[in-house]
Design a protein around this ligand. Structure first.
Ligand code: PAF
Length: 287
């Protein structure tokens, strides 16, 4: 029988023993990597993981190598006790909270991938070095937890694409399962950063999802370029936020599209700042 209460593990050797014994017993392992400050979006990934494997390991590690903004790293919420309670309620089997020196031991050489253009658009362009840090930590988490499946949210759609490349290029025998975006009542995509928004900013931030939805409706009447400009104008007209980017891109390679004919699946991607808080969202436009 698997545990009724989540087990908190902090050392790689304890985790390794635990994973070995599950594997020996023929159990499959699912990984849900997180940086903590858990919300319903993360918990939906735990439920997805439970449906797809016998044992669920949730990792909590605020990874410094993926923060290109030091202030963002310092202010990233840390709520370990509350996170453990939530995971316990979801009957997550193992909560792995590794120490920095075990994730990045002295002499550790980061795994690299060839991005095939993914680092030249959107997050790659605006957050230099971010995906190198994501690849580095996710590869380490894969090595430490040895999962059969791993669940990642579609809110960070470009991250998901980068992780698919990591798995393919380094032959990790892991099935990546995407989890749909979970939204607050007025459409704002759930994010650990939402906690730092004021009540007014939180309400204003619903403009992101509203614009994405309006773009989906308008897609039949405009080409992708016109549609992206239309969306940018809508966001820019609002004084509540500062638009960083809004792009219409092909879902498979995230490259911009200029005519609908060029795509069988397109998405709109948006990032805007509400004060200091940078929010990200995306929505499938076609089909
Ligand atoms: O999406 C996140 O929370 C992080 O980028 C991840 C995948 C846990 C790596 O630190």
């Amino acid at each position: 029988m698997l545990s009724e209460t989540s087990r908190i593990i902090r050392s790689v050797s304890d985790l390794s023993k635990s994973i070995d014994s599950f594997k020996k017993a023929g159990k499959s392992i699912a990984l849900v990597p997180t940086m903590g400050a858990l919300h319903e979006g993360h918990l939906s990934l735990i439920r997805l993981a439970k449906k797809n494997a016998d044992v669920v390991v949730c990792t909590i590690f605020v990874n410094p190598t993926q923060f290109n903004d030091k202030k963002d790293l310092e202010k990233y919420p840390r709520t370990e006790e509350k996170d453990a309670e939530l995971l316990n309620k979801e009957k997550c089997d193992i909560i792995f909270i590794p120490l920095m020196h075990e994730v990045y031991p002295v002499g550790h050489v980061p795994l690299k991938i060839s991005y095939n253009g993914l680092d030249k658009v959107m997050e790659g362009d605006y957050r230099p070095g971010h995906f190198d840090g994501v690849v580095e930590v996710v590869a380490r988490l894969f090595q430490m937890t040895r999962p059969d499946v791993a669940c990642f949210g579609e809110k960070d759609f470009q991250q998901l694409a980068v992780i698919q490349e990591l798995v393919a290029q380094h032959d990790f025998p892991i099935l990546i399962i995407p989890g749909p975006i979970v939204r607050e009542e007025h459409g704002l995509a759930m994010s650990s950063r939402n906690e730092r928004l004021t009540a007014a900013q939180r309400s204003d931030a619903s403009i992101l999802y509203k614009t994405l939805n309006d773009m989906k409706k308008m897609a039949a009447f405009m080409n992708p370029d016109e549609l992206a400009s239309w969306g940018r104008d809508k966001i820019s007209a609002c004084e509540c936020c500062e638009l960083e980017y809004l792009e219409v891109a092909e879902s498979h390679n995230l490259q911009p599209i200029y005519r609908w004919k060029e795509t069988d699946s397109s998405r709109a991607f948006i990032v805007a700042r509400f004060g200091e808080i940078r929010l990200i969202d995306n929505l499938q436009l076609l089909p």
